[in-house]
Design a protein around this ligand. Structure first.
Ligand code: GAP
Length: 446
């Protein structure tokens, strides 16, 4: 983990937030390469959910959330972690971090009893500081999908089964944020709520577990994934069944994504006139919603509250897993080694670096600029001109940040119209006619 964290900082992937003021725990900022990597993961998820299917719509909702939403969703009462304080060193722990009744920091056994700690952040709305005038920062993106169910139904004429996908920030006041970007207080989720007829939920649940596992494999996670069926006693209050996709992170094997069968709990809890429907789960009694979150069943002609299958992935955990898997230290010969990120090309922050052999030769530099523009115009991602005058150093840098291809512009480019492609993983070099530039590049990136 330490090497990965150092690389992320050194190369501009991820920085501690508010670092110049000593940092804020559990908060990170993404730098120029981090934001590209994150955007590429989001793009790949969005494509697989919204563009490549015909049964999912996208949405982007507010972060500040009405207190009634999170009251009726069960978060006000149940979204808590048990917390224990050490009376001696004043450190604070989640109860599951205490082993043998000892403080993990100072080993004292003088500890407080467990107390529930709600993980939601609150903020006031408007200028008046009144205890009833507040909103929550959403702890999951899902709730705002549920409360928009009718809007989507009315505007798209969807019938079951169909899904609503969203990528966005979520906030949790974690007691002990740790392990770099694994457990943080502000993070992004990629969530999709798939609405199905009751009775078809088990089938769709299994299908989504497989689809999500395959998607992570396509992001280059081929070695360290596993599935964990969550024990009944550990299920969230809304869930009938949950499977976690686990990844072997540097600090241990932990959850990357959860796929839950949320039954009719959420739509049922947010709907008005609940007694008009055959709701199967124990919902929160709701007297304040003004909408029925139901779908008209074309066969029975009855209004039903759909069941929901939810694949919920953490984007930041995705970044950590993808970087972990890609991080490679390789011997070049008996005296030297190199670090490289073997990222899949669709996720690489920089798709190609165009490198002039001579920093101050105007013919070579201008040609390199031309090549950069040609590649950039293909719209396949970020291309950079790397004019350091030191080819070896540029190769090392681009290996470390996962750039799949370095393209060298030299005297032959000017005289013979040729360019040289250097492959990140094999370090092999091949020379092409400049007229083949676009086709060759497209081929590599596909
Ligand atoms: N809507 C369901 C839900 O939020 P969750 O298991 O609490 O379920 C889903 O969270 C995913 O969000 C997790 O699998 C994880 O990837 C990510 N996640 C949760 N808490 C996180 C945190 N404090 N820091 C980073 N990612 C987190």
């Amino acid at each position: 983990m330490d090497e990965l964290v150092a690389l992320c900082k050194r190369r501009g992937f991820i920085f501690q937030s508010s670092e110049i003021y000593g940092g804020l725990q559990g908060l990170y900022d993404y730098g120029p390469l981090g934001v590209e990597l994150k955007n590429n993961i989001k793009q790949s998820w969005w494509s697989s959910m919204v563009y490549e299917r015909d049964d999912i719509e996208g949405i982007d909702t507010a972060i500040l959330t009405h207190p009634d939403v999170l009251k009726n969703s069960g978060h006000e009462n149940t979204f808590t972690d048990p917390m224990i304080d050490c009376k001696k060193c004043k450190s604070r722990w989640r109860a599951d971090e205490i082993i043998d009744n000892k403080c993990p920091k100072c080993q004292s056994t003088d500890l407080t009893d467990e107390r529930p700690f709600n993980l939601m952040f609150k903020t006031k709305l408007g200028p008046i500081d009144d205890k009833d005038n507040f909103a929550y920062l959403r702890p999951e993106t899902a709730q705002n999908i549920f409360i928009n169910f009718k809007n989507i139904l009315d505007t798209t004429s969807r019938e079951l089964p169909f899904g609503i996908a969203q990528i966005g920030k979520a906030f949790r006041n974690e007691i002990t944020p740790r392990n770099f970007i694994f457990r943080v207080r502000e993070f992004e989720q990629m969530e999709m709520e798939f609405f199905v007829k009751p009775g078809e939920d088990d089938k769709w649940y299994k299908e989504w577990v497989q689809l999500r596992l395959d998607w992570w494999k396509n992001q280059g996670l081929t070695n360290n994934l596993s599935l964990l069926e969550v024990e009944q006693s550990d299920l969230a209050h809304y869930s009938k069944a949950t499977t976690d996709i686990m990844y072997k992170f540097p600090h241990g094997t932990e959850e990357l994504e959860g796929i839950a069968n949320r039954t009719d709990f959420d739509l049922g809890s947010h709907t008005k006139n609940q007694s008009d429907f055959e709701i199967q789960s124990t919902v929160t009694k709701n007297t304040t919603s003004n909408s029925k979150l139901a779908s008209l069943c074309s066969e029975s002609k009855k209004w039903i509250i759909p069941f929901v299958i939810e694949p919920s992935a953490g984007l930041d955990r995705g970044v950590l897993a993808i970087l972990t898997e890609a991080f490679t230290e390789e011997k070049i010969d008996s005296n030297s080694s190199r670090i490289l990120l073997k990222l899949p090309t669709h996720l690489a922050p920089i798709k190609a670096a165009v490198i002039p052999l001579k920093k101050n030769n105007p013919d070579i530099v201008n040609k390199a600029k031309e090549v950069k523009l040609i590649l950039q115009s293909l719209g396949l991602g970020r291309i950079i001109l790397e004019n350091t005058g030191n080819i070896g150093k540029s190769y090392r840098k681009h290996d470390e940040i996962g750039t799949p291809i370095c393209i060298t512009i030299d005297f032959n480019t000017i005289e013979k119209n040729t360019i040289t492609f250097r492959d990140r993983d094999t370090m092999s070099q091949e020379t092409y006619d400049i007229n083949d530039l676009k086709d060759r590049f497209r081929e590599i990136l596909s």
